[in-house]
Design a protein around this ligand. Sequence first.
Ligand code: PEP
Ligand code: MG
Length: 596
Amino acid sequence: MAVQQQVNKFIQGIGASPGIIIGRAYLVERFKVRLPQKRIDPPQVEGEVKRFHNAIAESQDQLTEIKEKILDPEVRKHSFILDVHVMILNDEMLVQDTVDTIRKKKVNAEWALDLTLEKLDAAFNAIEDEYLRERRSDLHYVAARIFRNLLGKKHDDITKIKGKVIVVAHDLSPADTLQVNLNHVAGFITDIGGKVSHTAILSRSLGIPAVVGLEVATSLINGGDPLIIDGETGEVVINPTEEVSQSFLERKRRTKSIDREILKYASLPAETRDGVRVRLQANIEMVEEISSAKMHGAEGIGLYRTEILYLNRKDLPTEEEHFQIYRRLVENIYPATATIRTLDIGGDKFLPDYSKNDELNPALGLRAIRFSLKEPEIFKTQLRGILRASVHGKLRILFPMISGIEEIRQAKAILEEVKKGLAKAKIPFDQRIQIGAMIEIPSASDIADILAKEVDFFSIGTNDLIQYALAVDRINEHVSYLYQPLHPAVLRIIRGVVQSAHQVGIPVAICGEMASEPTYALILLGLGLDEFSMNPVSIPKVKKVLRMSRFEETRSLVEQLFQFPTASEIECFVRNWMAKRFPEGFIQCYAEELKA
Ligand code: PEP
Ligand code: MG
């Protein structure tokens, strides 16, 4: 029950989709259905089973209808989630177990379904992984729908929203978010969820500001309360005063004009004042993103993640599908180069039927190159597609999660075998195609000197490298304070990798998120990185900071960083350095990156 609120109540969540919005709360009550638990007499059993089946059928019809009604193409892209929900709805275990319980225990359908959920939850509880936790919430969204249908309750309040509101919910199911009328929703805030929850992902792609993981939003906020949300910082203010609203509006104006100003840098070269030129490239997952990459000034694709080709489908992509997609990629980015990373499945992304969904520790499990080497036919199909596309533009191959020399040699041997097959069949491909290794496991960075002799380039994946070097799950909010890109260990690792690579004359790229933060980009430049790849939107701001700096000063900055024993001292030093170096430039816009 929400309580009367004082003014200017600040609550802190996780910024999930950037943007500042001031508006009124629209409270969505979800998952608060009281479930009746009744014992039934034997003659009622089959009637109860039928009532359960009817609720399933009704749920399926509703999901199908929601899907059909989605007209916005951007929203449509996400509607596969509804197919997943229909699959869960018809899941053997969910349905049969509930029916068996009704029959054996002689209880009503609500109670029986609740017991089934308890069992399934116990299985999920053994797993820490955030991605899998999201799959558990899918199960609960589906169950909540069945419960509501059993109880004859309505679901569709969210579609009836009028005016322009900020939707406040304990959690929003994908079905909820997909149904929302974008003309009426200015923002989302939820009690639970992290940066990779459905609401977060969808809000980002729709450009709707969102804050998740607020924990207490639905208990503190009343429907109609005035709110401010900042989807960048994760701040929410309930009942703001005029003064506080004005300060957020000022922040919003500043961010907007900064964005416009920064975009001017997109078309300029990424060159420091003392003439050091680096290559800024884009990380993308879909060929459709190339126009955004070009618009933001990318000089090539430094990381094309190929997982999306394999996800949300029952079969595997064919060689022809691979070829057609990679061909479009290289043709569209030509004359620049595209770096295609082979399948990096596992960890937080699974292939139905193949990946070991039951791994207790998937981040250390059968993922990425390990999976490809274990399933060589799947690997070869992808390599053939890549090689065939290689004559249509410029491309290079990147192998993910290399942990040792054997893996890179095995991957190369399979590539050679595929090349031979193509040559025999007289199918053209780039004979001298370059290959690279992702450096994202400490064992690979430790042997970078010998690994460098095996490949044409390195690409440092700091997202995983930091996770594995510091033993900090990259998506676990409970340990996010330990996820420190400026940890002395991380800086030493990067320095060592660059030195080893340069000794044998191969370039080093970085394709982790770290490259997209201007402050970190300066440090990475000082550490000697040759290429930077990042989300397209960040390219102009990184260009700007590089163009305002001198390579020599970044080298001496880095030298000084190695004097400090802790990440916080390094961060503090860098913050002060930036404040002095860019008194009215970068520090104001990007102070958020290095919060104390
Ligand atoms: C990385 O680990 O830094 C990386 C770029 O790969 P991904 O985020 O896809 O694991
Ligand atoms: Mg990685």
